[in-house]
Design a protein around this ligand. Structure first.
Ligand code: ZN
Length: 441
C-alpha cells in the first residue's frame, strides 16, 4: 500500500511540476550559459555537462554571455544577498534555471542539482551511481543553501586521486584557502630559528633560565622587533598571494615551550592564561592588516582563553581536541569536558572558531573506530560554540575503518549539522555495498 501511494505521488509530481525539460527522447535544445569569467563557474558548467551526458547521452553546449531562452541553464553571475561564503542559490524563472553562488558555492549548487534532483550519488574515489534516462525533467526549484561551516576539511584519501570527489563533498584543502599553505604551526616558518636564532636568541622563548631558539620553541611575543619582522613577512606573503585573505600565525608544536621572560609573563599572568600573550600579539597583527584574517592555535598550553583581551573579529581561534575520548560525546567524558569548557570560554569572546577534530586511531589506522554514533552531537556542539571552520581528520588511508562511509557522513554533517545521519548511513550502505548493507549496518 505504502509503495503504491508513493508511486502515484511520484507520477503526479513528475507530470505537474516538471518546469524544465532538459532532454526529451535523447534530444535537447538547451544550453549551459556561463555568465561570468570565474574559474568556478567554468568548473560548474563542465560538471553539469559531463553528468548530464552520462545520464542522457546528450552533451549540452557550454556558451558564454548568450541571451538565455526557455530551457537554458544559467551558471554564475550575481547571487542573492542571503548567500554567504560557499553558499548557493538555485532558482527557476520563466522556464530558465539559474545557479549562482559565492566562492565555491556555484559548484556546490550544480552538485546539489545533480545529487538531489537528478539522482546521482557520489560514494568514494571515482565511484558513483546514476540512472540513465533519455528524458530529463527538472521540477520548479527555488532554494538558497549556506554551509554549516564556511570551511570544511577531511583528510579522505580520495581528495588527492579524484578531482571530482572534493567538489562533490563540498570540501576544501588548506592550500586553497590559507595563503602560501600557512595553516598550522607556522612560527618557525615565519621567523626561522635557522636564520635569526644565532644572532637574535632574544626573539625566542625564555624558559629554564635561557633563550631557546629552535624549531620547536616559541617566540618572545612581547619583543617589538619580532612583531615588525613578522608583520613584514606577512605583508610579503599576502602580496605574493593576492587571491588569499587568511593565513595561520600559530605556535610551533610542543607543550610549555612558551616564553616566560618578564614582559611575556606579565601579560600571561594578567590574562590568567598562556594564550594571553598570543592573542595580544595576534590582535596587533590583525589591526595592522584589517582586511586580512589570522588563524592561531589554542592548543596544549594555550587551550584556555584569556580573561581580558578579546580576539579581534579577524583573528580565528583554532581549537584541537586531540586528547579527548571518542566512545561517547565530548560532553560525556572527562577529557572531552575539559575541551568543551575551553571551547565555551572562547565562544564567549569570539564568533570565529576553527575546530580540528579527530576520527582516526593514529596507533592503528586499520583498527575499527566506532564513533558513528557521536559524530552529529559533536559537530552540533562545535557549531553551537561559534565554530565557523572545521577540519575532521578522518579517512586518510585507503582501507581504514569505513573510510568512505565516514567521509561521506562527515562531509554531509559539515555542510548541514542537522541532516538525518541514520537515513544517510542506510542510503550509503545500500548504494555502496548493495546486498551486504543490512549486515554491515
Ligand atoms: Zn618574552
Amino acid at each position: 500500500m505504502k509503495h503504491w501511494l508513493l508511486s502515484v505521488l511520484l507520477v503526479v509530481c513528475g507530470t505537474v511540476s516538471a518546469q524544465i525539460t532538459l532532454v526529451k527522447d535523447g534530444k535537447s535544445s538547451a544550453r549551459i550559459i556561463v555568465q561570468d569569467k570565474m574559474p568556478n563557474s567554468k568548473t560548474s558548467a563542465q560538471f553539469l555537462q559531463r553528468f548530464l551526458t552520462e545520464i542522457s547521452g546528450v552533451a549540452l553546449p557550454i556558451e558564454n554571455d548568450k541571451t538565455p531562452r526557455k530551457g537554458d541553464i544559467l551558471i554564475g553571475g550575481q547571487s542573492p544577498a542571503e548567500v554567504t561564503e560557499d553558499g548557493f542559490s538555485i532558482s527557476t524563472q520563466d522556464g530558465i534555471l539559474k545557479i549562482s553562488g559565492k566562492e565555491n558555492g556555484v559548484v556546490y549548487g550544480v552538485v546539489t542539482l545533480l545529487e538531489q534532483y537528478l539522482g546521482i550519488d557520489y560514494w568514494g574515489e571515482n565511484e558513483y551511481s546514476l540512472t540513465p534516462s533519455k528524458t530529463v525533467n527538472l521540477p520548479f526549484i527555488n532554494k538558497v543553501e549556506n554551509p554549516g561551516f564556511r570551511y570544511r576539511q577531511t583528510q579522505c584519501y580520495a581528495i588527492h586521486t579524484d578531482s571530482i570527489y572534493k567538489w562533490w563533498n563540498r570540501l576544501e584543502e588548506p592550500n586553497e584557502v590559507f595563503a602560501a599553505g600557512y595553516w598550522v604551526h607556522t612560527f618557525d616558518k615565519l621567523l626561522p630559528s635557522s636564520i635569526y636564532g644565532k644572532e637574535h636568541p632574544e626573539y625566542y622563548s625564555y624558559f629554564k633560565g635561557k633563550r631557546h631558539p629552535g624549531k620547536a620553541s616559541q617566540w618572545c611575543l612581547s619583543n617589538p622587533e619580532v612583531f615588525e619582522i613578522v608583520a613584514q613577512r606577512v605583508d610579503s606573503i599576502f602580496k605574493a598571494n593576492p587571491d588569499k585573505h587568511i593565513m595561520s600565525v600559530s605556535q610551533n608544536d610542543g607543550n610549555y615551550t612558551n616564553c616566560t621572560c618578564d614582559a611575556c609573563k606579565a601579560i600571561d599572568d594578567y590574562e590568567g592564561a598562556l594564550s594571553g600573550s598570543i592573542i595580544t600579539f595576534l590582535n596587533k597583527l590583525a589591526a595592522r592588516f584589517p582586511d586580512k584574517e589570522f588563524s592561531t592555535l589554542a592548543y596544549l598550553y594555550t587551550m584556555n582563553p584569556p580573561k581580558h583581551v578579546k580576539p579581534l573579529p579577524n583573528v580565528n581561534i583554532m581549537l584541537c581536541d586531540i586528547d579527548c575520548d571518542r566512545e561517547v560525546t565530548l560532553t560525556e567524558n572527562a577529557s572531552g569536558k575539559k575541551f568543551v569548557k575551553a571551547m565555551e570560554g572562547w565562544s564567549k569572546i569570539t564568533n570565529n572558531i576553527f575546530v580540528w577534530d579527530y576520527g582516526i586511531n593514529f596507533d592503528n589506522y586499520l583498527a575499527p573506530f566506532p564513533n558513528f554514533h557521536i559524530l552529529q552531537d559533536n559537530i552540533r556542539l562545535f557549531k553551537k560554540n561559534h565554530a565557523t571552520m572545521h577540519f575532521s581528520q578522518i579517512a586518510g588511508s585507503r582501507g581504514g575503518d569505513f573510510a568512505e562511509l565516514r567521509a561521506y557522513l562527515v562531509s554531509k554533517l559539515m555542510w548541514n549539522p542537522e541532516v538525518n545521519v541514520d537515513s544517510l548511513m542506510q542510503h550509503f550502505l545500500h548504494g555502496y555495498y548493495g546486498e551486504a548493507a543490512p549486515y554491515l549496518y
